[in-house]
Design a protein around this ligand. Structure first.
Ligand SMILES: C=C(O[C@H]1C=CC=C(C(=O)O)[C@@H]1O)C(=O)O
Length: 445
């Protein structure tokens, strides 16, 4: 694990470097449209978690905690606990997302070199309903002082947020790690293993690489996603961008929520035809089976942390611009017997990987993914989101997403996957991944 801020090495009795955090109101200053927060962002290193115009955007790095392996969540959690314990905070608002905040993104698989990261930004701008705020975070190795918060205009101008958002130009797509034909063979193999009784469900994913004629401005992607996929959580953390419809966990004042998705049908674009498709999806035994595994995995993972849990008996149909999903909102009340509720990140760690992105039983499905999927998922399908000083926060599953290439600003890796059960047809699953790639293709323009 590497983390900053570091204590001065030549000091005999080093005082832990403190985060100095100040939140003040910005009420009435921000535009109200879905992408207004995102337009404040600078082109490099943007951090975002936004839905329907509410959420958080942030930039700069006061601290960066890099972790890896099976302990990637626990290490991040411990480092954040230390930082927040030493934070000097003045928060005039005290809402979720005010005060100290860290953004995170974690690899799907413990063996991935992508590991995990928590980033503590320098500036956070947030909105929740009719409240909005700005938080500035600095460090102080000397005597900490709470300096006055500069105006939003000053801060944004200094971060470069007013630079025009630029188009990536023309886009060409090339196959990722696995060709379409080989991917169909892998799904065929997965179906055979399931029919042989080795497992019930596995989620198989693939990637596609986009090359653009101009450097990719992440704000171009984010604003287009937020405008079109309003019901999804538009995110950007450490080069991973997307608009996920799936909330792994939100924890807020002892209440926990998870939006579980599994089971998909493509939309036609026609209103009436889509209503008919929604009915087909709601009665499809193959999709209901896929969904049931995902809901069960979430309910089982949350159960030990909750004094009560509400698991809907039947899913509803979630309408997105590209697809329809079977969806269930699982809610619970966290146990308080031990005095402290688990943080949102530890809940995310306990939930990951759900059967919406891995399979059932989890270890068998995970092993099969490693054996036959043919690619490193990196941070695709891993938890992405943010956490506050009290541990509350929101973590999505990094779906409908892509990773920016740190070495090539004209290259983007897009991901999509789908649940495979005994009744799956490999060619239809390939078509389903194409439908799920649609948001990021649209984002590129
Ligand atoms: C794995 C993905 O979607 C999951 C979430 C919703 C529906 C899914 C499905 O129907 O297969 C997947 O479980 C993806 O978008 O890459």
């Amino acid at each position: 694990m590497s983390s900053q801020p570091a204590a001065p090495s030549d000091s005999p009795q080093p005082r832990p470097t403190a985060l100095v955090v100040r939140t003040t109101a910005l009420d009435g200053i921000l535009d109200s449209d879905a992408a207004a927060l995102l337009r404040l962002l600078p082109p490099t290193g943007p951090l975002a978690w936004v839905r329907r115009g509410d959420g958080l955007v942030a930039w700069g790095e006061v601290a960066r905690i890099e972790t890896g392996g099976a302990s990637r969540f626990a290490e991040a959690e411990a480092a954040w606990a230390t930082m927040r314990a030493h934070a000097i905070v003045r928060d005039d608002i005290t809402l979720p997302g005010t005060g100290p905040v860290a953004f995170g993104s974690f690899a799907f698989d413990e063996s991935s070199a992508a590991g995990g990261v928590l980033i503590v930004p320098r500036v956070v701008v947030g909105r929740r309903g009719d409240r909005s705020w700005i938080t500035t975070i600095t460090t102080s190795d000397a005597v900490p002082t709470l300096s006055p918060v500069p105006s939003l205009a000053d801060v944004v101008a200094r971060a470069g947020g007013t630079t025009p958002i630029t188009s990536p130009g023309a886009v060409t797509y090339v196959p990722g790690a696995v060709s379409d034909a080989d991917w169909i063979d892998a799904v065929d193999e997965a179906v055979e293993r399931i029919r042989a009784g080795r497992l019930d469900k596995v989620v198989m994913a693939r990637d596609v690489v986009a090359h653009t004629t101009e450097p990719i401005d992440p704000r171009w992607l984010l604003t287009r996603l937020a405008d079109s996929y309003t019901g999804c959580w538009t995110f950007s953390v450490d080069g991973m961008v997307g608009a996920t419809p799936e909330l792994l966990v939100r924890s807020e004042k002892g209440l926990v929520t998870s939006r579980v998705l599994a089971g998909t049908i493509r939309r036609t674009g026609g209103e009436e035809a889509d209503v008919a498709r929604a009915a087909v999806l709601a009665h499809s035994s193959k999709d209901l089976e896929e969904h049931e595994y995902a809901v069960t995995s979430v309910a089982q993972a949350l159960e030990p942390f909750c004094q009560s849990l509400n698991v809907p008996e039947t899913p509803f149909v979630l309408h997105l611009p590209n697809v329809l999903h079977l969806a269930s909102d699982v809610t619970g009340v966290l146990c308080t017997s031990s005095g402290t509720a688990p943080s949102s990140l530890s809940l995310a760690a306990a939930l990951h990987p759900t059967a919406a992105v891995c399979g059932t039983p989890t270890p068998v499905a995970n092993e099969l993914i490693r054996e036959i999927e043919g690619m490193d998922r990196a941070r695709y399908a891993g938890p992405v989101g943010w956490m506050g000083a009290d541990g509350d926060g929101e973590w999505g599953i990094a779906l409908r997403s892509a990773s920016l290439d740190p070495d090539d600003p004209r290259r983007l890796r897009l991901f999509a996957g789908c649940g495979v059960v005994a009744a799956s047809d490999p060619a239809s699953e390939l078509a389903e991944t194409e439908a799920k790639l649609e948001p990021m293709r649209h984002a590129l323009g």
